[in-house]
Design a binder for this molecule. Structure first.
Ligand code: AMP
Length: 399
């Protein structure tokens, strides 16, 4: 099956050809005709399935055939949860729409608002935005929503996790009632179901993988290790394996910086991206990682959104995420578009409950591996901890 059978226009096919996209992915096969016909769509698709092209291609095609955009107006709005994802999606849209005479824009917080206001002055056909900055721009009269024909919510589950529900509701209230709605989400919790009811009219449901299943192309295993020994184990793994690009996830910003210092002390250069870093530093770190000038990128969950590095081979979870769904987002950074990837988690005794939540979510038990020559100092094997019933608290001694 080739893209030409999906009724896409010649300028789009030319751009796809340049990007060497030959075959549509399953989500693209289903979403492109539905969106092209004007239907609302809800798609449960994991990261890395090609969902950006799935909504952008038919959207660009429809916009190219429609009316001109007025000053300060926009015709399609793509809402995303983070700055990184905003940049990533905008880059993809620019690449797909390279040969179409459409105005494309992107707005997100953490950078000066003035250049974004200037860009909006002549109107933008398709705008990618994070919710907070979009509302700021609206309050300053820099953007008007009367011409909006389509709204896309990308990584909708993540938006809710990050507490954007209020902002999204405000934005929904400002948009014209008659418009197309598209909702993309990697997971499908009840909250997404409720949001879909608010946002969409008789949507086409698309599900390319069973919800909450992790990418099959990603090999996953864990190492059981004492909490304090995790950095040592990581250094050992990085030293003894010829892994070209490794994305290391860690829960907190402080620990991300600390880990970069530990790695540096061990002669391994790495950079960190997290919410405390300026947009410039985050962009620099990401660019260095993509250009392979650094081998290790340490990221927190929020900052990791939107990281799309083709052929990223390894993801290492230095700790497990608090929310099990984030495990799917994390490992979705590798094994993209059908490529093989490896996701390794270093799990300590205090994380047994997080591990069982993840294993329940992905419907599989992760393989326990051991590293030759590494003594993890894990006193009790995790499997025993997981099976052990919680002990009754001892009665306090009466004195
Ligand atoms: P996404 O799920 O949109 O983040 O896309 C994941 C990756 O797959 C990106 O690097 C895209 O450039 C790539 N991609 C998307 N669609 C295709 C396709 N049909 N053929 C090859 N690569 C694709």
């Amino acid at each position: 099956m080739s893209f030409s059978l999906l009724d896409l226009s010649e300028p789009l096919l030319r751009a796809l050809d340049e990007l060497s996209y030959t075959t549509p992915t399953p989500v693209q096969l289903q979403a492109i005709p539905a969106i092209g016909s004007g239907r609302d769509v809800i798609a449960v698709a994991q990261t890395g399935t090609g969902k950006t092209a799935a909504f952008s291609l038919p959207l660009l095609q429809r916009l190219a055939n429609g009316s001109r955009v007025k000053p300060n107006h926009i015709r399609a709005l793509v809402l995303v949860p983070t700055r990184e994802l905003a940049v990533q999606v905008a880059e993809s849209i620019a690449a797909y729409g390279k040969y179409l005479p459409l105005k494309k824009g992107v707005v997100y917080g953490g950078v000066k608002i003035n250049p974004q206001m200037m860009r909006l002055r002549s109107g933008v056909d398709i705008l990618v935005a994070t919710p907070g900055r979009l509302l700021d721009l609206f309050q300053q009269n820099a953007v008007k929503f009367l011409q909006v024909e389509t709204l896309v919510l990308d990584e909708a589950d993540r938006m809710l996790d990050l507490g954007f529900m209020d902002d999204i509701s405000k934005i929904l209230g400002l948009l014209p009632k008659r418009r197309q709605g598209l909702l993309f989400s990697a997971t499908f919790p009840n909250a997404i179901c409720t949001l879909a009811e608010k946002l969409l009219k008789r949507p086409v449901h698309i599900e390319v993988d069973p919800p909450n299943s992790a990418a099959i192309s990603v090999k996953q295993w864990i190492y059981e290790v004492d909490k304090g020994k995790k950095p040592d184990l990581l250094c050992q793994l990085l030293r003894h394996n010829d892994w070209q690009q490794v994305l290391v996830f860690i829960r907190t910003r402080i620990n991300a910086d600390r880990l970069v210092r530990i790695l540096a002390n061990n002669g391994i250069s790495a950079l960190a991206i997290h919410g405390d870093k300026s947009q410039g530093i985050r962009a620099h770190a990401l660019a260095a990682f993509k250009a392979k000038t650094i081998r290790i990128l340490v990221a927190t969950d929020i900052a990791s959104r939107g990281i799309d590095i083709s052929e990223l081979s390894h993801v290492i979870n230095l700790d497990l995420p608090k929310v099990a769904e984030d495990y799917i987002h994390r490992i979705g950074r590798t094994g993209r578009a059908g490529l093989e990837g490896v996701a390794i988690s270093l799990v300590s005794a205090d994380e047994v409950n997080l591990l069982s939540a993840i294993e329940t979510l992905i419907h599989q038990q992760l393989v326990r591996e051991v590293v030759a020559g590494f003594i993890p100092k894990q006193n009790v094997p995790l499997t025993r901890l997981m099976k052990a019933r919680p002990k009754r608290p001892k009665k306090a001694k009466q004195v």
